[in-house]
Design a protein around this ligand. Sequence first.
Ligand SMILES: *Cc1c(COP(=O)(O)O)cnc(C)c1O
Length: 221
Amino acid sequence: MENLSLRLNHIQQALPPQVTLVAVTKNRKVELLADAYDLGLRDFGENRVQEMNEKQPLLPSDIRWHLIGHLQTNKVRFIAPFVHLIHSVDSLKLLREINRQALNHNRVIDCLLQVYIAREESKFGLDEDEVIMLLNAPEFKSLNNVRICGLMGMATFTDNESIVRNEFATLKRLFDKLKSGFFADKNYFDLLSMGMSGDYQIAIEEGSNLVRIGTALFGER
Ligand SMILES: *Cc1c(COP(=O)(O)O)cnc(C)c1O
């Protein structure tokens, strides 16, 4: 708890007021999440549906649960009742299922589109053309129980700062372009989720307002 408190203070000092810290709690024990809660954290990020589902009922109900990892269509129903924000939407098919499950629970689920910006081969995320295709799809407008609130991206895992900075800047440019092109009258389109333990300072400099931090907060896994 002592260490956690020190690390949290250190991180918070580096965060401008408009930036929300999502504490990435994957593979961490519920007791540690409870400590984080007691220190004031309310936004928790998990990358697996099952783990989020196991932890959620054991902790206070005002925690905002962020799904940050790849989401399979057949798992959406397990988190639909309570999830706060899904960062990893990467297809219209997935969005359609989130909409369906949200409707079942009589709610609107907030989502981010995950955009592929890194050099590494990755299976997940949309490229710019795919994002635009999704937003132009006639079906998209009929999905009234999901709201696209912004974008999420992960930079290349490298010490080369200029590569990372470039990738974040690319995502910010796309965010601005979509905001003016598709969401000009939608003030909920205002979230840019980028930055992890190793690169959140660069991400913030490039316009992030949602950072997902695990290791720098809880230590090495
Ligand atoms: C694990 C994970 C993080 C946090 O990574 P750290 O390096 O531990 O801060 C952020 N985003 C996603 C999508 C993750 O899976």
